[in-house]
Design a binder for this molecule. Structure first.
Ligand code: OAA
Length: 164
């Protein structure tokens, strides 16, 4: 299965909030979903690095870069996320090492790329409520992503109905 969002919206239109931003899929997996973990940060990806060094099976990290221009994710941090079994990473901001990302078995979506990394000064917050492009995002919500974009739901949706 490579397309998820069209069927998901056919079944669950009222339960989903689609992010209006245009994300680019950079990871080796274009379709991914899971329970939301959040980070909010500005020009400092210390918390992104720390969170992705923890166990992530069934989870997707959603990062609000709050208008940061420097890269909030690179290949080393993404490799650590793969090792720790994260399903995916969604960055409302930029990433780097974009060609390496394609080889990694993980979903990565971001607004764009920037070759310069941030300064790690341990600033930023983990598991806070985010407001991205008018969509309220809370930890433990569920997120679904594919080439069509990124959509959130309050609870996990039953995907078995999509094959009916
Ligand atoms: O360390 C960083 O900020 C980003 C990076 O280059 C990597 O993850 O490889």
């Amino acid at each position: 299965m490579l397309d998820l969002l069209p069927d998901l919206f056919d079944h669950y239109l009222d339960k989903l909030s689609l992010l209006p931003s245009t994300f680019i899929s950079y990871g080796g997996e274009s379709l991914f979903y899971g329970e939301v973990v959040t980070v909010g940060c500005f020009e400092d990806n210390s918390k992104v690095k720390w969170v992705l060094s923890q166990a992530g099976k069934g989870k997707v990290l959603v990062v609000d870069g709050r208008g940061s221009s420097r890269a909030l994710l690179g290949d080393m941090i993404a490799k650590s996320a793969v090792k720790n079994e994260w399903e995916g990473i969604i960055i409302h901001g930029n990433i780097r090492d974009v060609m390496c990302m394609r080889a990694l078995k993980i979903g990565v979506q971001a607004l764009g790329s920037n070759p310069i990394k941030t300064e790690k000064r341990n600033r930023g917050e983990i598991n806070i409520e985010l407001e991205i492009a008018g969509v309220n995002i809370q930890p433990k919500m569920w997120v679904y992503a594919d080439a069509h974009g990124v959509a959130f739901s309050l609870k996990a949706l039953d995907l078995s109905v999509l094959n009916e």
